[in-house]
Design a protein around this ligand. Structure first.
Ligand code: FAD
Length: 475
């Protein structure tokens, strides 16, 4: 590791003078969890973690860092799958934790909006909405630990995109601290405001490279009064898409989630996740977890039962079970949400977070499966995810008895082949997890030159000295 210079050695003390004792961590034991990413792909180093208590503290920190030329890596819940929130190995980048900006500033049930600080956990935002009979629909497996600021910075997707859109679609306004410490506040609940460029939109999905989000005005929706959930056995992904189309039409677009789970993923969950129970349907190569929801008191169980009997008759489904209680619903969702954990407990894995147009999904799965067999014979495919959005986590796990190093060596050629296939079908190499550090090369390879050039100009305009999350998104 490089020797720290004078600036870095004095840095924690100077930061304490600026922001107070509580805002600065430099004890190596306390720093450790902030320096490694969720997947343990990157181990970074840093002189300190700074955790201001409010927006003014973030502004003071950034103004100081911009003057001194010190890089800052914003960090929310640190659940990024692409190393976006981890400092590099130089030991020269500060981590800015938003943890202490965790207040709900206001809730307007009548206006269907809420202002939350960036460090609020997603689960806290959901609960605050539920407390006033409203819904904040963003829902992810990491919702107990990711922060709304991180969700905005990554434009997170999750399980309700089909009905409510990505995080971008759920934000009305933002408060952002810019690289030089100035504060841009568009924290207004206005639904209509066509006054010039959509500046807030630039920060959503910018992964901490254009500004630090300190608060957001979020859209709320009527809370669901009726919900119906089914776990369905299917012959193949084509049947899944046909069934989804029928359900959306039959339910008046009250289909809020549609998740694809292969048998192999269900087996991993049942084997590795304590408390996981078989859903009790006939075994099949694929399953769909489908949820319908409505803010009215509708009989969605009856609607879903009719749609599923039609699907069974048409050969689109081979069996299905409807959740009979909230507990059963939670048990079915637990099977789906536990796939990532089961995969990591089962050993080494190679991951791709891709999306293709819905109509191309069956072709992608077929051709992608062939690529996996040819290019990574030590692995087996575990392709699951938000099929209603054309988004699959096209992952491989290592077969028992194979050598881990041999398996992991397949990563680059396989990634190239899978992402080339995705590009040929008009898809994206990063559907919802962002670019972070992991996919900088992929963005350079697949983004049209004019898009890359515009992104570089935007970065230059917002962060001319390059202090914000250097090395992420753009090299
Ligand atoms: C079990 C599990 C399930 C998941 N499921 C999904 C899923 O379904 N859909 C999905 O999209 N993702 C999913 N993820 C990925 C991850 O949870 C999301 O990307 C989430 O939005 C990241 O939030 P975070 O607070 O953890 O951000 P972090 O990981 O801390 O940071 C992510 C990026 O945002 C930047 N950042 C964080 N906070 C701010 C801020 N306030 N201002 C500016 N930049 C900031 C960081 O610098 C970094 O670049 C999952 C992860 C896990 C572990």
């Amino acid at each position: 590791m490089p020797q720290p210079d004078a600036l870095l050695m004095n840095l924690p003390a100077r930061l304490r003078q600026l922001l107070g004792n509580e805002a600065v961590l430099d004890d190596p034991a306390l720093l450790a969890p902030y320096l490694v990413d969720h997947r343990r792909l990157y181990q970074g180093a840093s002189p300190a973690v700074v955790q201001p208590a409010d927006t003014a503290g973030v502004a003071t920190l950034l103004a100081f860092c911009n003057n001194e030329g010190i890089a800052v890596v914003p960090q929310g819940g640190n659940t990024s799958y692409c190393g976006g929130a981890t400092p590099d190995e130089s030991g020269r980048q500060l981590v800015l934790s938003l943890r202490r900006l965790n207040k709900i500033r206001s809730v307007d049930a009548a206006g269907f909006s809420m202002v939350a600080e960036a460090g609020c956990l997603l689960a806290q935002v959901q609960q605050t909405a539920a407390d006033v009979q409203r819904l904040f629909p963003l829902s992810l497996g990491s919702e107990g630990s990711c922060q709304i600021g991180g969700n905005l910075a990554t434009n997170a997707g999750g399980t309700a995109v089909l009905r409510y859109g990505m995080t971008r679609d759920l934000v009305l306004g933002l408060e952002v601290v810019l690289a030089d410490g100035s504060v841009l506040s568009t924290l207004s609940p206005l639904r209509k405001d066509n006054t010039g460029y959509d500046l807030k939109g630039l920060f959503v999905g910018s992964e901490g490279t254009l500004g630090v989000i300190t608060a957001a005005c979020l859209k709320l929706f009527p809370a669901p009064q009726s919900v119906a959930t089914a776990w369905i056995s299917l012959p193949d992904p084509t049947a899944a898409l046909t069934l989804l189309g029928r359900l959306r039409a039959a339910s008046g677009d009250r289909t809020s989630s549609c998740e694809l789970v292969p048998q192999v993923a269900l087996d991993l969950v049942l084997q590795h996740v304590p408390g996981a129970r078989d859903p009790g349907v006939a075994r099949a190569p694929w399953y769909l977890l489908v949820e319908l929801s409505s803010p009215a008191d509708d009989d969605l169980d009856a609607l879903l039962t009719t749609a599923l009997s039609d699907a069974l008759e048409a050969g689109l489904a081979t069996d299905a079970v409807l959740a009979q209680s909230a507990t059963q619903r939670a048990a079915l969702w637990m099977l789906r949400e536990s796939v990532p954990a089961a995969q990591s407990r089962a050993g080494g894995s190679l991951k791709h977070d891709i999306s293709v147009p819905l109509s191309a999904l069956p072709q992608f799965i077929e051709q992608g499966s062939v690529l996996c067999k040819e290019l990574a014979p030590e692995g087996y495919l575990v392709a699951y995810g938000h099929v209603g959005d054309g988004n699959l986590h096209f992952n491989l796990n290592q077969r028992d008895g194979t050598d881990e190093a041999d398996f992991l060596e397949r990563e680059l050629p396989l990634k190239r082949a899978v992402h080339d296939l995705v590009a040929s079908l008009g898809g994206s190499f990063s559907a919802e997890h962002g670019v972070g550090r992991l996919k900088v090369g992929e963005l350079e390879r697949y983004a049209p030159p004019i898009e890359l050039e515009l992104m570089r100009r935007i970065k230059q305009a917002f962060d001319p000295l390059g202090i914000l999350n250097p090395g992420k998104v753009l090299r």
